[in-house]
Design a protein around this ligand. Structure first.
Ligand SMILES: *[C@@H]1O[C@H](CO)[C@@H](O)[C@H](O)[C@H]1NC(C)=O
Ligand SMILES: *[C@@H]1O[C@H](CO)[C@@H](O)[C@H](O)[C@H]1NC(C)=O
Ligand SMILES: *[C@@H]1O[C@H](CO)[C@@H](O)[C@H](O)[C@H]1NC(C)=O
Length: 361
């Protein structure tokens, strides 16, 4: 089988064996050899060398809001997850395991990139956890994860997908900091937004896409990011103190089919499972709608058409109005109660199932 990737601006082709079916293993690399998540001062210096820069050394603000604490906890949870992902990806590329083989030059270049990214993510996580400790709040502890990717191109696509969601979520986090008087933290975090955007350009380019996704990146929310992490990557029950993060959990929304712009398929099918008490007929009673968040636009709300109900599991279809709204880049979909929403935060508050992520172009 031939695998084509673009690396360092050069299109290259290499041979690989057919990738193995995704091996489901509960990945638990912590503590890392460099001491993360509790590196000594000496180990921090080594991580900084690899990250090509330092942790911020300006003094933390004297106070923080309760919402600001939730922000820092979510950032720590997410950044530790990213450290795990890039640690495993770096190991896969370095060892050249099936699906991750590269020739020497390309491998050297990708290892250099991923080594810096992995260390930079460690510093992002340490910065959030150090701030929590400074405010006498327990640091967020690592979980176990599953990434379910079996080759380099699907790993880079996954990196791009969660980075899109992070780039949206940090907008919400900054707004929440700003609303609650945590100005110093808002400013510092915007330096991370740019940093993740630089990474995103690279992951997109590797997929043969234009590095810059949209004129105004899709906004997401803390609720979207938290639920996506729990539903898609975290091994259930493996996080020692995730329950200290004050963000509600909802049921997953699985994207089953579509949209496919090239094939002019502008409908989507989703599946979700009602909890014990809920009646599937509630959905039929038109209480639930599908909301889309895309770019910086007012959320789009569509009616659901029920295709099937099996037990508590409901398969629905809804229009995906790509042409009308030019819905490129990340779209976050959620099943909601309600008909009209002014913001992504409003969608999150009404979210019953979600988020599902769709990325076009
Ligand atoms: C990579 O893995 C994905 C998902 O398992 C699969 O669909 C795809 O064909 C694989 N790509 C290559 C180039 O092997
Ligand atoms: C690394 O490779 C293993 C084995 O193929 C796979 O299960 C895992 O999902 C991969 N992880 C990443 C981040 O590439
Ligand atoms: C795509 O679908 C739209 C809406 O159904 C239709 O107006 C348009 O003609 C279709 N385009 C092509 C190329 O089939």
């Amino acid at each position: 089988m031939k695998l084509s990737i673009i690396l360092g601006g050069l299109a290259i082709t290499l041979s690989t064996a057919a990738p193995l079916a995704p091996r489901v293993v509960d990945y638990s690399p912590f503590p890392l050899a460099d001491g993360f998540p509790n590196p000594s001062q000496e180990q921090i210096e080594a991580i900084q060398q690899q990250a090509l820069g330092t942790l911020p050394n300006s003094p933390p603000p004297p106070t923080i809001s309760a919402e600001g604490i939730t922000n820092l906890q979510l950032i720590a949870l997410n950044e530790i997850f990213e450290v795990a992902f890039f640690t495993e990806l770096l190991a896969n590329v370095t060892t050249g395991c099936p699906g991750f083989e590269l020739d020497e030059t390309e491998k050297e270049q990708l290892v250099e990139i991923l080594t810096a990214v992995q260390a930079q993510e460690q510093l992002h996580a340490l910065s959030a956890n150090t701030a929590l400790k400074n405010f006498n709040v327990a640091e967020i502890l690592p979980c176990e994860y599953n990434f379910r990717v079996s080759n380099l191109s699907s790993a880079l696509t996954l990196a791009s997908t969660f980075t899109s969601l992070v780039l949206g979520t940090l907008q919400d986090v900054i707004e929440v900091f700003a609303e609650n008087g945590d100005a110093a933290l808002a400013a510092q975090l915007s330096s991370v937004v740019g940093q993740e955007g630089e990474q995103q350009g690279f992951y997109r380019f590797q997929q043969g896409k234009i590095p810059s996704e949209l004129p105004f990146l899709t906004v997401a929310t803390r609720e979207f990011a938290f639920n996506a992490l729990i539903q898609q990557f975290i091994v259930p029950g493996s996080c020692p103190n995730i329950n200290t993060i004050n963000i509600p959990q909802v049921g997953p929304l699985n994207l089953i089919a579509g949209p496919d712009i090239a094939q002019n398929i502008s409908t989507v099918q989703f599946e979700f499972t009602l909890s014990g008490q809920e009646e599937a007929t509630e959905v039929a009673a038109e209480e639930l709608k599908l909301a889309y968040v895309n770019q910086q636009n007012v959320p789009i709300v569509e009616d659901l058409q029920i295709l099937s109900i099996e037990g508590q599991t409901v398969l629905v279809q809804a229009p995906f109005p790509y042409r009308e709204y030019l819905m490129n880049g990340l779209t976050v979909a959620a099943i909601v109660e309600g008909k009209q929403f002014a913001t992504a935060q409003d969608v999150s508050k009404a979210m019953e199932f979600g988020p599902a992520l769709i990325i076009i172009n």
